[in-house]
Design a protein around this ligand. Sequence first.
Ligand code: TXA
Ligand code: MG
Length: 329
Amino acid sequence: MILDGQDSTAVQAAAQALAAGDLVGLPTETVYGLAADAGRDSAVAKIFEAKGRPSDHPLIVHVADAAGVDHFAQAVPDFARALMQAYWPGPLTLILPRRPEAGAAAAAGQDSVGMRCPAHPVATALLRACAALGVHGLAAPSANLFGRVSPTTAAHVQGEFGPSLLVLDGGACEVGIESTIVDCTRGAPVLLRPGGITRDQVEAACGQPLRTREELASPDPRASGTLEAHYAPQAKVRLMDAQALQTALDVLGPQASGIAVYARSALRPASPQLLLRRMPDDAETTARQLFAALRGFDEAGVKLIWVETPPPGSDWEGVRDRLQRAAAA
Ligand code: TXA
Ligand code: MG
Protein backbone atom coordinates (compact mmCIF):
# COMPACT_ATOMS: atom_id res chain seq x y z
CA MET A 1 0.00 0.00 0.00
CA ILE A 2 1.46 3.36 -1.03
CA LEU A 3 0.58 6.31 1.22
CA ASP A 4 1.36 9.99 0.64
CA GLY A 5 4.40 10.83 2.76
CA GLN A 6 3.27 14.48 3.00
CA ASP A 7 0.21 13.37 4.95
CA SER A 8 0.93 13.46 8.69
CA THR A 9 -1.67 10.73 9.36
CA ALA A 10 0.22 8.42 6.99
CA VAL A 11 3.53 9.22 8.71
CA GLN A 12 1.94 8.49 12.08
CA ALA A 13 0.54 5.16 10.79
CA ALA A 14 4.00 4.23 9.48
CA ALA A 15 5.64 5.10 12.81
CA GLN A 16 3.11 2.95 14.63
CA ALA A 17 3.72 0.03 12.26
CA LEU A 18 7.47 0.35 12.89
CA ALA A 19 6.96 0.55 16.67
CA ALA A 20 4.91 -2.65 16.41
CA GLY A 21 7.83 -4.41 14.72
CA ASP A 22 6.64 -4.22 11.09
CA LEU A 23 8.52 -3.11 7.96
CA VAL A 24 7.90 0.17 6.09
CA GLY A 25 9.14 1.49 2.74
CA LEU A 26 11.04 4.70 3.52
CA PRO A 27 11.84 7.50 1.04
CA THR A 28 15.29 9.10 1.38
CA GLU A 29 17.18 11.54 -0.85
CA THR A 30 19.43 8.71 -2.13
CA VAL A 31 17.20 5.65 -2.74
CA TYR A 32 14.19 4.13 -0.96
CA GLY A 33 14.91 2.00 2.09
CA LEU A 34 13.16 -0.99 3.67
CA ALA A 35 12.95 0.08 7.31
CA ALA A 36 12.55 -1.64 10.69
CA ASP A 37 13.11 -0.64 14.33
CA ALA A 38 16.91 -0.92 14.67
CA GLY A 39 16.53 -1.56 18.38
CA ARG A 40 14.45 -4.69 17.92
CA ASP A 41 16.33 -7.69 16.52
CA SER A 42 13.13 -9.60 15.59
CA ALA A 43 11.96 -6.66 13.43
CA VAL A 44 15.38 -6.37 11.78
CA ALA A 45 15.28 -10.10 10.99
CA LYS A 46 12.23 -9.45 8.79
CA ILE A 47 14.35 -7.19 6.55
CA PHE A 48 16.88 -9.94 5.86
CA GLU A 49 14.06 -12.38 5.14
CA ALA A 50 12.14 -10.03 2.82
CA LYS A 51 15.26 -9.07 0.83
CA GLY A 52 16.80 -12.52 0.72
CA ARG A 53 19.91 -10.86 2.11
CA PRO A 54 22.60 -12.92 3.88
CA SER A 55 22.27 -12.20 7.63
CA ASP A 56 26.00 -11.46 7.98
CA HIS A 57 25.60 -8.40 5.73
CA PRO A 58 25.21 -5.30 7.97
CA LEU A 59 22.49 -2.65 7.55
CA ILE A 60 22.65 1.13 7.91
CA VAL A 61 20.86 2.67 10.92
CA HIS A 62 19.05 5.95 10.13
CA VAL A 63 18.58 8.64 12.76
CA ALA A 64 16.77 12.01 12.88
CA ASP A 65 19.88 14.01 13.85
CA ALA A 66 23.50 13.67 14.97
CA ALA A 67 22.42 13.29 18.61
CA GLY A 68 20.64 10.04 17.61
CA VAL A 69 24.02 8.44 16.91
CA ASP A 70 24.76 8.09 20.62
CA HIS A 71 22.05 5.44 21.02
CA PHE A 72 24.03 3.09 18.78
CA ALA A 73 27.63 4.26 18.54
CA GLN A 74 30.40 5.20 20.97
CA ALA A 75 33.93 6.62 20.85
CA VAL A 76 33.10 8.69 17.77
CA PRO A 77 36.36 10.15 16.40
CA ASP A 78 36.70 13.90 15.79
CA PHE A 79 36.96 13.53 12.01
CA ALA A 80 33.61 11.65 12.04
CA ARG A 81 32.03 14.50 14.03
CA ALA A 82 33.43 16.93 11.44
CA LEU A 83 31.82 14.88 8.65
CA MET A 84 28.43 14.88 10.43
CA GLN A 85 28.74 18.63 10.95
CA ALA A 86 29.53 19.21 7.28
CA TYR A 87 27.16 16.81 5.50
CA TRP A 88 24.33 15.71 7.80
CA PRO A 89 21.53 15.54 7.07
CA GLY A 90 22.71 14.17 3.72
CA PRO A 91 23.87 11.24 1.59
CA LEU A 92 26.74 10.17 3.86
CA THR A 93 26.97 7.02 6.01
CA LEU A 94 29.60 6.71 8.74
CA ILE A 95 30.79 3.36 10.07
CA LEU A 96 31.37 3.87 13.81
CA PRO A 97 32.27 1.71 16.82
CA ARG A 98 29.03 0.11 18.06
CA ARG A 99 27.66 0.16 21.59
CA PRO A 100 27.71 -3.54 22.48
CA GLU A 101 24.12 -3.44 23.78
CA ALA A 102 22.58 -1.72 20.72
CA GLY A 103 21.70 -2.73 17.17
CA ALA A 104 23.38 -6.15 17.11
CA ALA A 105 21.09 -7.62 14.42
CA ALA A 106 21.24 -4.46 12.29
CA ALA A 107 25.04 -4.56 12.45
CA ALA A 108 24.99 -8.28 11.61
CA GLY A 109 26.87 -8.90 14.83
CA GLN A 110 29.84 -6.70 13.93
CA ASP A 111 31.41 -4.42 16.53
CA SER A 112 30.74 -1.44 14.24
CA VAL A 113 27.52 0.18 13.04
CA GLY A 114 26.69 2.21 9.92
CA MET A 115 24.89 5.47 10.79
CA ARG A 116 23.16 7.92 8.48
CA CYS A 117 20.96 10.99 8.92
CA PRO A 118 18.95 11.31 5.70
CA ALA A 119 17.97 14.66 4.18
CA HIS A 120 14.43 13.96 3.02
CA PRO A 121 11.52 15.73 4.74
CA VAL A 122 9.40 12.55 4.86
CA ALA A 123 12.28 10.53 6.33
CA THR A 124 12.90 13.24 8.92
CA ALA A 125 9.20 13.37 9.85
CA LEU A 126 9.05 9.59 10.17
CA LEU A 127 12.27 9.38 12.23
CA ARG A 128 10.92 12.06 14.60
CA ALA A 129 7.52 10.33 14.92
CA CYS A 130 9.37 7.06 15.63
CA ALA A 131 11.57 8.66 18.29
CA ALA A 132 8.41 9.90 20.04
CA LEU A 133 7.31 6.24 20.23
CA GLY A 134 10.67 5.10 21.65
CA VAL A 135 12.12 3.90 18.32
CA HIS A 136 15.52 5.61 18.18
CA GLY A 137 16.78 4.45 14.81
CA LEU A 138 15.58 2.72 11.66
CA ALA A 139 17.67 -0.03 10.12
CA ALA A 140 17.16 0.26 6.37
CA PRO A 141 18.96 -1.24 3.41
CA SER A 142 17.92 -0.22 -0.08
CA ALA A 143 14.39 -1.54 -0.70
CA ASN A 144 15.25 -4.03 -3.43
CA LEU A 145 15.71 -7.78 -3.52
CA PHE A 146 19.34 -8.70 -2.80
CA GLY A 147 21.70 -7.84 -5.65
CA ARG A 148 19.09 -5.96 -7.69
CA VAL A 149 18.94 -2.30 -8.70
CA SER A 150 17.99 0.06 -5.85
CA PRO A 151 14.52 1.69 -6.04
CA THR A 152 14.16 5.44 -6.59
CA THR A 153 10.34 5.65 -6.55
CA ALA A 154 7.58 4.27 -4.31
CA ALA A 155 6.28 2.26 -7.28
CA HIS A 156 9.69 0.53 -7.65
CA VAL A 157 9.47 -0.54 -3.98
CA GLN A 158 5.98 -1.93 -4.44
CA GLY A 159 7.21 -3.74 -7.55
CA GLU A 160 9.84 -5.53 -5.42
CA PHE A 161 7.78 -6.41 -2.33
CA GLY A 162 4.12 -6.31 -3.40
CA PRO A 163 1.11 -4.32 -2.19
CA SER A 164 1.06 -5.57 1.42
CA LEU A 165 4.10 -3.44 2.37
CA LEU A 166 3.30 0.06 3.63
CA VAL A 167 5.39 2.47 1.52
CA LEU A 168 5.53 6.21 2.23
CA ASP A 169 5.65 8.05 -1.09
CA GLY A 170 8.26 10.81 -1.06
CA GLY A 171 8.51 11.28 -4.83
CA ALA A 172 11.50 10.40 -7.02
CA CYS A 173 14.81 10.41 -5.12
CA GLU A 174 16.93 13.56 -5.67
CA VAL A 175 20.39 11.94 -5.46
CA GLY A 176 19.46 8.62 -7.07
CA ILE A 177 22.44 6.47 -6.01
CA GLU A 178 23.18 5.17 -2.50
CA SER A 179 25.02 7.20 0.14
CA THR A 180 28.79 7.58 0.31
CA ILE A 181 30.11 5.26 3.05
CA VAL A 182 33.15 6.26 5.14
CA ASP A 183 34.61 3.80 7.65
CA CYS A 184 35.56 5.79 10.78
CA THR A 185 36.71 2.83 12.90
CA ARG A 186 40.33 2.57 11.75
CA GLY A 187 41.90 5.77 13.06
CA ALA A 188 41.72 7.46 9.65
CA PRO A 189 38.82 7.76 7.17
CA VAL A 190 38.43 4.97 4.60
CA LEU A 191 36.07 5.25 1.63
CA LEU A 192 33.99 2.06 1.39
CA ARG A 193 31.46 3.19 -1.22
CA PRO A 194 31.49 6.32 -3.40
CA GLY A 195 28.17 8.21 -3.62
CA GLY A 196 26.50 11.60 -3.51
CA ILE A 197 29.20 13.20 -1.34
CA THR A 198 32.42 13.10 -3.33
CA ARG A 199 35.88 11.96 -2.21
CA ASP A 200 37.07 15.59 -2.41
CA GLN A 201 34.22 16.77 -0.19
CA VAL A 202 34.96 14.09 2.41
CA GLU A 203 38.66 14.96 2.49
CA ALA A 204 37.92 18.69 2.77
CA ALA A 205 35.67 18.18 5.82
CA CYS A 206 38.01 15.67 7.52
CA GLY A 207 41.09 17.78 6.93
CA GLN A 208 42.95 14.61 5.98
CA PRO A 209 43.23 12.30 2.98
CA LEU A 210 41.07 9.20 2.60
CA ARG A 211 43.01 6.00 3.09
CA THR A 212 42.41 2.50 1.73
CA ARG A 213 41.57 -0.52 3.84
CA GLU A 214 44.82 -2.15 2.76
CA GLU A 215 46.91 0.79 4.06
CA LEU A 216 45.26 0.48 7.46
CA ALA A 217 45.11 -3.32 7.68
CA SER A 218 45.12 -4.22 11.34
CA PRO A 219 47.06 -7.22 12.67
CA ASP A 220 43.76 -8.42 14.11
CA PRO A 221 41.63 -9.07 11.04
CA ARG A 222 37.87 -8.82 11.48
CA ALA A 223 34.82 -9.05 9.28
CA SER A 224 34.72 -6.09 6.96
CA GLY A 225 31.34 -4.99 5.66
CA THR A 226 31.10 -6.96 2.48
CA LEU A 227 29.79 -4.50 -0.06
CA GLU A 228 27.19 -5.71 -2.51
CA ALA A 229 28.86 -7.30 -5.48
CA HIS A 230 26.47 -5.80 -7.97
CA TYR A 231 23.52 -3.54 -8.62
CA ALA A 232 22.41 -5.33 -11.69
CA PRO A 233 19.50 -5.08 -14.07
CA GLN A 234 18.31 -8.27 -15.77
CA ALA A 235 19.92 -7.29 -19.08
CA LYS A 236 23.69 -7.66 -19.43
CA VAL A 237 25.53 -4.33 -19.03
CA ARG A 238 28.67 -3.53 -21.04
CA LEU A 239 30.76 -0.37 -20.61
CA MET A 240 32.63 1.04 -23.62
CA ASP A 241 34.19 4.34 -24.62
CA ALA A 242 32.43 6.30 -27.38
CA GLN A 243 34.67 4.99 -30.14
CA ALA A 244 34.31 1.33 -29.15
CA LEU A 245 30.58 1.85 -28.84
CA GLN A 246 30.34 3.30 -32.37
CA THR A 247 32.45 0.43 -33.72
CA ALA A 248 30.17 -2.10 -32.01
CA LEU A 249 27.13 -0.34 -33.49
CA ASP A 250 28.68 -0.33 -36.97
CA VAL A 251 29.03 -4.12 -36.87
CA LEU A 252 25.31 -4.57 -36.26
CA GLY A 253 22.98 -4.97 -39.22
CA PRO A 254 19.89 -2.83 -39.82
CA GLN A 255 17.73 -5.63 -38.32
CA ALA A 256 19.56 -5.64 -34.97
CA SER A 257 17.32 -5.31 -31.91
CA GLY A 258 17.20 -6.09 -28.20
CA ILE A 259 20.00 -3.64 -27.37
CA ALA A 260 19.76 -0.40 -25.42
CA VAL A 261 22.43 2.28 -25.79
CA TYR A 262 23.01 4.79 -22.98
CA ALA A 263 25.57 7.37 -24.08
CA ARG A 264 26.58 11.02 -23.83
CA SER A 265 28.17 11.13 -27.28
CA ALA A 266 26.13 11.45 -30.44
CA LEU A 267 26.24 7.98 -32.05
CA ARG A 268 25.01 6.67 -35.38
CA PRO A 269 23.05 3.44 -34.86
CA ALA A 270 22.74 1.16 -37.89
CA SER A 271 19.38 -0.15 -36.81
CA PRO A 272 16.29 1.92 -36.02
CA GLN A 273 15.19 -0.78 -33.55
CA LEU A 274 17.87 -0.01 -31.02
CA LEU A 275 16.75 1.79 -27.89
CA LEU A 276 18.87 4.96 -27.62
CA ARG A 277 18.84 7.02 -24.45
CA ARG A 278 21.01 10.04 -23.85
CA MET A 279 23.13 10.10 -20.70
CA PRO A 280 23.06 13.60 -19.17
CA ASP A 281 26.24 15.72 -19.35
CA ASP A 282 26.61 16.14 -15.61
CA ALA A 283 27.17 13.52 -12.92
CA GLU A 284 24.39 14.71 -10.63
CA THR A 285 21.61 14.39 -13.20
CA THR A 286 23.00 11.06 -14.41
CA ALA A 287 22.99 9.68 -10.84
CA ARG A 288 19.42 10.88 -10.30
CA GLN A 289 18.19 9.04 -13.40
CA LEU A 290 20.54 6.04 -13.48
CA PHE A 291 18.57 3.31 -11.68
CA ALA A 292 15.24 4.32 -13.26
CA ALA A 293 16.97 4.19 -16.66
CA LEU A 294 18.32 0.67 -15.98
CA ARG A 295 14.89 -0.49 -14.81
CA GLY A 296 13.33 1.11 -17.90
CA PHE A 297 15.67 -0.88 -20.19
CA ASP A 298 14.64 -4.10 -18.42
CA GLU A 299 10.97 -3.20 -18.86
CA ALA A 300 11.58 -2.59 -22.56
CA GLY A 301 12.82 -6.19 -22.71
CA VAL A 302 16.32 -5.59 -24.07
CA LYS A 303 18.95 -8.28 -23.51
CA LEU A 304 21.99 -5.98 -23.65
CA ILE A 305 22.67 -2.48 -22.34
CA TRP A 306 25.66 -0.76 -23.91
CA VAL A 307 26.80 2.16 -21.81
CA GLU A 308 29.36 4.83 -22.65
CA THR A 309 32.00 4.87 -19.89
CA PRO A 310 31.43 7.97 -17.74
CA PRO A 311 34.18 10.60 -17.64
CA PRO A 312 37.00 10.47 -15.07
CA GLY A 313 36.85 12.74 -12.03
CA SER A 314 35.66 12.70 -8.45
CA ASP A 315 32.11 13.85 -9.22
CA TRP A 316 31.48 10.84 -11.51
CA GLU A 317 32.95 8.25 -9.11
CA GLY A 318 29.59 7.09 -7.70
CA VAL A 319 28.04 6.62 -11.15
CA ARG A 320 31.17 4.85 -12.47
CA ASP A 321 31.13 2.52 -9.45
CA ARG A 322 27.47 1.50 -9.92
CA LEU A 323 27.93 0.93 -13.66
CA GLN A 324 31.13 -1.08 -13.15
CA ARG A 325 29.35 -3.29 -10.62
CA ALA A 326 26.38 -3.72 -12.94
CA ALA A 327 28.76 -4.67 -15.77
CA ALA A 328 30.58 -7.17 -13.51
CA ALA A 329 27.39 -9.05 -12.60
O1 TXA B 1 21.76 5.57 0.58
C1 TXA B 1 21.83 4.56 1.28
O2 TXA B 1 22.82 4.29 1.96
C2 TXA B 1 20.60 3.64 1.31
C3 TXA B 1 19.44 4.40 1.94
C4 TXA B 1 18.22 3.55 2.14
O3 TXA B 1 19.86 4.96 3.16
N1 TXA B 1 20.89 2.42 1.99
C5 TXA B 1 21.70 1.46 1.48
O4 TXA B 1 21.77 0.32 2.26
O5 TXA B 1 22.27 1.57 0.43
P1 TXA B 1 22.38 -1.06 1.75
O6 TXA B 1 22.12 -2.03 2.85
O7 TXA B 1 21.83 -1.41 0.43
O8 TXA B 1 23.90 -0.82 1.68
C6 TXA B 1 24.59 -0.61 2.89
C7 TXA B 1 26.04 -0.92 2.76
C8 TXA B 1 26.29 -2.40 2.60
O9 TXA B 1 27.18 -2.61 1.52
C9 TXA B 1 26.94 -2.80 3.90
O10 TXA B 1 27.88 -3.80 3.76
C10 TXA B 1 27.56 -1.49 4.39
O11 TXA B 1 26.68 -0.51 3.96
N2 TXA B 1 27.62 -1.47 5.85
C11 TXA B 1 26.60 -1.29 6.71
N3 TXA B 1 27.02 -1.40 7.98
C12 TXA B 1 28.35 -1.64 7.93
C13 TXA B 1 29.36 -1.88 8.91
N4 TXA B 1 29.10 -1.90 10.20
N5 TXA B 1 30.62 -2.09 8.47
C14 TXA B 1 30.91 -2.07 7.15
N6 TXA B 1 29.99 -1.88 6.17
C15 TXA B 1 28.74 -1.67 6.55
MG1 MG C 1 21.54 -2.09 -1.43
